[in-house]
Ligand binder design. Structure first.
Ligand code: 5GP
Ligand code: ZN
Length: 113
């Protein structure tokens, strides 16, 4: 756990959140400022700064997170959804702990803004 990391604190239960799913490797919770009728985040419990820090040693948790996204989306009955991860300031990353947004329930544009 990294000091002063908001999502490390959320994964550890030190800051409350609305849980969607949890296991030993990852935690999923609803976004505090939803951008779609359904908007949750899936994070690894270990601190990884962003997709840019994924490597051979930690990519297993990323594969696991995508299994979890498929499972949870199915359980929630989501038939169409978008998975997004922002990397760096220009792309809009505001929390520097790897997270995948799962957005669903409204029409979406392409390309994203
Ligand atoms: P980013 O901007 O880094 O791609 O995504 C960070 C996301 O975390 C944003 O959508 C923001 O609304 C969400 N967020 C920031 N602080 C909190 C919090 O304390 N609790 C929850 N549930 N979501 C948060
Ligand atoms: Zn962290």
């Amino acid at each position: 756990m990294k000091n002063d990391c908001l999502f490390c604190a959320i994964a550890a239960g030190e800051i409350p959140s609305s849980k969607v799913y949890e296991d030993e490797l990852c935690y999923a919770f609803y976004d505090i400022a939803p951008q779609a009728p359904t908007h949750f985040l899936v994070i690894p419990k270990e601190h990884i700064g962003s997709v840019a820090e994924v490597n051979d040693a930690n990519s297993g948790v990323v594969a696991h997170i995508f299994e979890v996204i498929a499972k949870v989306a199915g359980e929630l009955g989501l038939e169409s959804y978008r998975v997004v991860s922002n990397i760096g300031e220009q792309a809009g990353q505001s929390v520097h702990h790897l997270h995948f947004h799962v957005l669903s329930g409204r029409d979406m544009t392409w390309p994203p803004g």
